[in-house]
Design a protein around this ligand. Structure first.
Ligand code: HEM
Length: 192
């Protein structure tokens, strides 16, 4: 029996993303219940720092730095960016006063999702579809029959590949918008 791409790969991905949403809502609720909304205001700082630290992986990948195990740095990137985003989401809370930080938050959301598609889904899904193809071929199916059988999985894979390409351009948008927000807040606080 072959299992679908959805059950084996897309579902766990959806759960991890859902966990981010649930943790944000729960955290926000707790902060409000305990009258700790001010904590959320400052969570933007550790959240941003965590995301910046997680970028060490990108420096290693592009050989800007030579030290560090790429696999552990990749783990750091995934975990750090996920946790950092959670903190920034808690920081954003449900307050709407300014448009710029919200645009930054939306860009961050797209960034996190595209990153998760790339890191969690793409490689495994590619192997999954390839495995399916080989499985059907071994069972003596003709080429068109094989392609027919993996059609929907192949379509989903194609969408994921495109989505993955969004990761770096949207990161730049996210970084510029965040920087605008952070600089304006620091000016307001008289920190710069
Ligand atoms: C050094 C990092 C950061 C600092 C110091 C900071 C600081 C602040 C401050 C002081 C506020 C106003 C809170 C209030 O209304 O009382 C705020 C709001 C907000 N920040 Fe940040 N922030 C940081 C990073 C980020 C990042 C990276 C994002 C998104 C990607 C973000 C998204 C938001 C959002 C959505 C709001 C709510 C805006 C509104 O009230 O409409 N912040 N931030």
């Amino acid at each position: 029996m072959t299992t679908s791409l959805w059950r084996q790969h897309v579902l766990p991905f959806t759960l991890l993303l859902g966990l981010l949403a649930v943790a944000t809502l729960l955290g926000d609720y707790v902060l409000h219940r305990l009258n700790l909304v001010w904590v959320g205001r400052y969570l933007g700082i550790p959240g941003t720092l965590l995301i910046i630290v997680s970028l060490v992986y990108s420096l290693r990948k592009r050989k800007v730095i030579a030290a560090g195990n790429p696999k552990s740095l990749l783990n750091l990137h995934e975990t750090g960016a996920w946790l950092g985003s959670l903190m920034v989401l808690l920081h954003a809370g449900i307050h709407f006063n300014a448009i710029l930080p919200w645009l930054a938050t939306i860009a961050m959301g797209v960034n996190v999702i595209s990153g998760m598609v790339g890191k969690i889904l793409l490689d495994r899904s590619r192997r999954h579809v390839q495995g399916q193809r080989e499985h059907f071929q071994l069972r003596g199916m003709s080429r068109p029959e094989v392609e027919q059988s993996v059609f929907w999985d192949a379509v989903m894979l194609d969408v994921m590949t495109k989505w993955r390409k969004v990761h770096i351009p949207i990161f730049i948008v996210f970084a510029v918008l965040s920087l605008g927000h952070i600089i304006s807040i620091f000016l307001f606080w008289g920190w710069i």
